[in-house]
Write a protein that binds this ligand. Structure first.
Ligand SMILES: [Zn+2]
Length: 127
C-alpha cells in the first residue's frame, strides 16, 4: 500500500464501536481522515458523530511531533496500524503552503523539511 499522508481518507470496518481488521465481521464501514503518521501506523480523526471506543485527545505533543495540523488539537483521534485499513477512500493530491495555508493541487514539497512554500510566499515572505 502506498504511504498515506495527512488529508488522505481511509475506510475501516467497525464492529461494536471498535475498529476491526478488514478480515473480521463488521457492522459498518466508516471513512476516517488521516491526520498523523508514525513509523508503524496512522492517526485518524474521529468526528464527534462517530461512536468509536479507545479514542484519545490529540495534544500539543502529537501536533508537533507527528505533524498533525493544529486545527486537530483537542479533537478525538484513534491510532491504527496499516493492516487495519480496509481500503483507501481518497487521496489528497496536493499540499498546503505552510506559510499561507493555501491548498495547491498537485503541488509537491519544495523545502528541505518536506513542506511546501508556495511561489507567492517565496516571492514575498511577508504577505
Ligand atoms: Zn503560501
Amino acid at each position: 500500500m502506498a504511504k498515506l499522508k495527512p488529508g488522505d481518507r481511509v475506510d475501516c470496518r467497525v464492529k461494536e464501536a471498535t475498529i476491526v481488521s478488514p478480515y473480521k465481521e463488521y457492522d459498518d464501514v466508516l471513512t476516517f481522515e488521516v491526520i498523523g503518521i508514525d513509523q508503524y501506523g496512522y492517526y485518524l480523526y474521529v468526528p464527534p458523530y462517530y461512536f468509536i471506543k479507545k479514542t484519545f485527545t490529540v495534544d500539543k505533543y502529537q501536533c508537533k511531533n507527528l505533524g498533525v495540523d493544529p486545527r486537530f488539537l483537542d479533537v478525538q483521534a484513534h491510532y491504527i496500524q496499516e493492516n487495519m485499513i480496509l481500503r483507501i477512500n481518497s487521496v489528497l493530491d496536493g499540499m498546503k503552503c505552510c506559510n499561507c495555508e493555501e491548498f495547491y493541487s498537485m503541488a509537491e514539497p519544495n523545502q528541505d523539511d518536506g513542506t511546501l512554500i508556495c511561489w507567492s510566499c517565496r516571492k514575498n515572505p511577508y504577505r
